[in-house]
Design a protein. Structure first.
Length: 287
């Protein structure tokens, strides 16, 4: 099956313009100085490990029902069928439950690494994936410092999946399903600025209860999921060697100095992909 020349060059031209002109646009997109992102504060001192967040997430995203809580000592990870997990850690202050999901970085490495902008940081805060733009390179998975994007390897039409902070629900004026249904009020939704202020207030008012650090305030340049803990974060499975500047900031100077051919290669690949899909649809209509 051949690719129609007109479809091919039209797609290449459109995506080429988007990527070539989009270098400046992408830099503007990740400028967070004047943006007030929505965020979630998770207080592990309040979590009881009930897994309600897991079941709520599964229901909201039409995912399979979560597995029963595993045996003690087994740390679960998110996967293509489970976008958030609760694990229990034995710490110097006893058992501590911890919820994990995409961190929704202020300047996400996954979006910066995405050749076709399929992975996108939205203006309101959530980092989402758009299947119509993805060409399957999976650079988002490699680049994420928190190891969160997952790929549906066993699917005939695989997607990249992860928590979206219930972006579709937010567009309807709702809050994330996990926050809405948490019976212990371990999760709180609001603006990132409000939640950081609330977290600092809790630490000041209860210094014996909390470890004096808000995970996500500065890690990877800041994230939209913020954490409070009764113990140092390495005790509950968090990476504490995450840099405090954003990962995309490391590559900005390089991206602005490379020859244009390297910028246009992604658009060429996406153009081929779009032209092939267009041609396939036309052939199906003729059948």
């Amino acid at each position: 099956m051949g690719i129609n020349r007109r479809s091919f060059f039209k797609a290449v031209g459109a995506t080429g313009a988007a990527v070539a002109l989009g270098r400046e646009g992408k830099a503007k997109d990740i400028n967070t100085n004047d943006v007030e992102f929505k965020a979630v504060l998770y207080d592990s001192t309040r979590c009881v490990g009930c897994q309600t967040c897991e079941f709520s997430c599964a229901e909201a995203n039409n995912l399979p029902e979560p597995e029963d809580y595993p045996e003690e000592g087994i740390v679960r990870k998110t996967n293509e069928n489970c976008r958030t997990v609760i694990n229990m850690y034995e710490t110097t202050k006893g058992p501590v439950y911890v919820k994990r999901q995409c961190m929704h970085c202020n300047e996400p490495a996954c979006a910066a690494a995405c050749l076709t902008q399929a992975m996108k940081k939205t203006e309101s805060g959530p980092v989402i994936w758009r299947d119509d733009k993805c060409m399957g390179c999976r650079y988002c998975m490699i680049s994420c410092p928190f190891d969160m994007p997952r790929f549906e390897y066993n699917s005939a039409n695989p997607n990249v999946t992860k928590c979206t902070m219930c972006f579709d629900r937010q567009k309807e004026g709702k809050i994330p399903a996990c926050v809405e249904n948490c019976p212990a009020e371990a999760l709180m939704f609001g603006t990132r600025r409000e939640l950081i202020a609330e977290a600092k207030k809790r630490i000041v008012e209860n210094p014996d209860l909390y470890y004096n650090h808000i995970y996500g305030e500065t890690e990877a340049g800041g994230t939209s999921f913020l954490y409070l803990s009764p113990v140092p974060f390495e005790e509950i499975g968090f990476k504490t060697n995450i840099q405090h500047s954003s990962y995309p900031a490391l590559t900005k100077s390089f991206l602005y100095s490379v020859p244009s051919v390297f910028v246009l290669v992604p658009s060429l690949l996406l153009g081929i992909n779009e032209a092939a899909k267009s041609n396939l649809k036309k052939n199906e209509n003729h059948d």
